[in-house]
Design a protein around this ligand. Structure first.
Ligand code: SAM
Length: 226
């Protein structure tokens, strides 16, 4: 759990300023309060951002990646309210899982299985610790797994049906991930939901004619395959 001093850092202040300009003061206060409450409730640290420059990452895709920032509770819940799935029968993969915030939120929704894919070993280790604490405190029955791998190299399990992307990387990596999604889909055709949050102009999923756009908001899109 981060102390007040650790929370009052330059990255968090910049994040708050960015949020105020994007969503206004009221929503920013709601977001910050919910992020703080989440970490205090479970005694974990997911709120502090981590820049990729500060991390030892052995991947040629380091320059194609975005820094760690946890998904906000409200945004996450809003996105999931738009997809018709039964979490207790679903398997979510979080591409670029960082410290595990989205993984915990998926467990709160009751997902059967949640796998995080992350290329920073330091973040993988923090994530595994966070999940262990979260699981004890929440009694979540979710089957968690955190894999230390570049998302571009990750073979998507044939039973994964929800693929979560919170602005983890640019189109270079997304193109490779799409090829892996197609391989998984061809071996086991099934409905696959692709959730892309804060794409920041990265329209790789939208440009692929095999993938249908199901729902679009200013900051996130839901796609479907099959
Ligand atoms: C914006 S954070 C999202 C964190 C998490 N998904 C969440 O929503 O709470 C993006 C994460 O993607 C990771 N990342 C970036 N490029 C990656 C790659 N090629 N393979 C695996 N992880 C990557 C970063 O290290 C960072 O932790």
């Amino acid at each position: 759990m981060p102390s007040l001093i650790k929370i009052l850092n330059i990255e968090n202040v910049q994040k708050v300023i960015r949020n105020i300009s994007k969503v206004g003061l009221f929503t920013t206060v709601r977001y910050v309060a919910s992020d703080l409450i989440f970490d205090y409730k479970y005694h974990i640290d997911t709120i502090n951002t981590k820049m990729l420059d500060e991390l030892d990452i052995e991947s040629s895709n380091k320059s194609n990646g975005h820094y760690y920032e946890g998904t906000n509770y409200y945004v996450f819940k809003q996105v999931f309210s738009e997809i018709a799935i039964d979490p207790s029968q679903s398997f979510l993969v979080d591409f670029g899982s960082g410290k595990g915030k989205a993984m915990c939120l998926a467990a709160e929704l009751g997902f059967k299985k949640v796998t995080g894919v992350e290329f920073s070993l330091e973040l993988v280790e923090i994530c595994r610790k966070n999940l262990e604490i979260f699981q004890k405190k929440s009694n979540a029955k979710t089957n968690f797994e955190v894999i230390h791998v570049d998302a571009a190299e990750y073979n998507i399990p044939l039973d994964a049906n929800v693929l979560f992307f919170y602005n983890p990387f640019n189109e270079v990596v997304i193109a490779k991930v799409i090829a892996n999604i197609m391989k998984s889909y061809e071996l086991n055709p099934r409905p696959i939901w692709i959730l892309h949050l804060y794409p920041q102009g990265n329209m790789a999923f939208a440009k692929d004619s095999r993938i249908q756009l199901e729902h679009e908001e200013k900051d996130w899109s839901i796609y479907r395959l099959g």
